[in-house]
Design a protein around this ligand. Sequence first.
Ligand code: CMC
Length: 428
Amino acid sequence: MSETAELRVGDKTLELNVIEGSEGEKAIDITKLRAQTGYITLDPGYANSGSCQSAITFIDGEEGILRYRGIPIEELSAQSNFMEVCYLLIHGKLPTETELSDYEDTIRRHTMLHEDFKQMFSALPKDAHPMAACSTMVGALSTFYPDSLDPRDPEEVEISANRLIAKLPTLAAYAYNHSIGMPFLYPQNDLDYVGNFLRMMFGNPCEDFEVDPVVRNALDLLFILHAEHEQNCSTSTTRLVGSSMVNLFGTISAAINALWGPLHGGANQSVIEMLEAIHEEGTSPRDYLERAKSGDESARLMGFGHRVYKNFDPRAKVIKKACDDVLERMGIHSPLLEIAKELEEITLKDDYFVERKLYPNVDFYSGVIYNAIGTPANMFTAMFAIGRLPGWIAQWKELHSDPAFKIGRPRQVYTGPTKTAYTPMDQR
Ligand code: CMC
């Protein structure tokens, strides 16, 4: 007999079904709660609320486990590559050799943008943040491709998904080049996905561009580690916005904005800005740490802590090693990295951080790697977005194929004034 839970509300006792996931996670099904009792649940920040059942990503925050479609992140990081991970997430299984090469070929053929995008970029101010530019341009894709906007048509969804995966690196690179007044490079499709992006970002039309394999591999790894993370803020945005039946481009534009915030994907930019501030002000990492502990929000230790991971972030473990390798192989020694290392060392021994289970998260090390490979800080989050895109698409597709599909519409507990008569202007 399956497990149930009992809830007593007023004089009513309700028997609620318990749903069990494939890894033993349990949830109390409250779908009938309001209809049967008139009550709702209240869970600010949704820390205890499951919004869906999903077969894409498994996370165990206590044990530091992260798996995409069942495969541990450590195995994917060591043996796979970002294109294969995109396929795995979006199509639900690892591709055969032919499926992968067909997929890579399809993505390669969609990397170019409509020429009119150049005019759209030129209309943006030079100092437009790349995340604002990316969300604007991704939203604009819906105006260029009215032929693939129907969320119920699998072929239209597939072509939109391919266009997004192919074009986001081009858009992100254009956003960066626009901000520094450099010409836009067309994609060069004999390069692989990551190499092509690096050339469009850092190359120029006057010289050949050689892809540095150390940088390429580091970025491919970062994309894999960022590719999916179940119901985080931008993915929940994807599901909520997507549930209105808007097209995929409109949804992803919203997700990019959600990712931009400094408590989410924007943390990687904030990490470097924090390290720079510590360096420029001549503050010691220890003093900065003390400020962070005092609750001074302006000194929150960016790149530390996580809503779900309470022992360690498995992505941070993989990335820390890559970070050390990249820095060593590129022979980079910078004061910012010294500060980063010292902060990491002292926080791991500090009671405040240990008691609250605050460890370096993926953004702490990714910021350091992006900086080491010469990426400007305002591009870090756009690179995170390229990595997270397959996860958003996979979740969007899963939402639309869910038999329990419903528009997302949470409730609230109203705390404003009770019925109040309108006061005419002359009596206020
Ligand atoms: N520095 C100093 N204190 C912190 C930090 C931090 N980075 N993170 C949490 N705390 C403290 C917080 O003040 C609170 O203390 P107290 O119990 O005394 O009130 C306690 O730890 C619990 O924190 P919380 O804010 O309730 O935890 P949360 O689960 O709501 O927040 C978080 C998680 C990631 C938003 C938060 O840890 C944070 O702001 N970290 C810095 C930003 C960051 O690195 N974000 C990237 C997250 S990983 C990638 C991603 O999701 O995009």
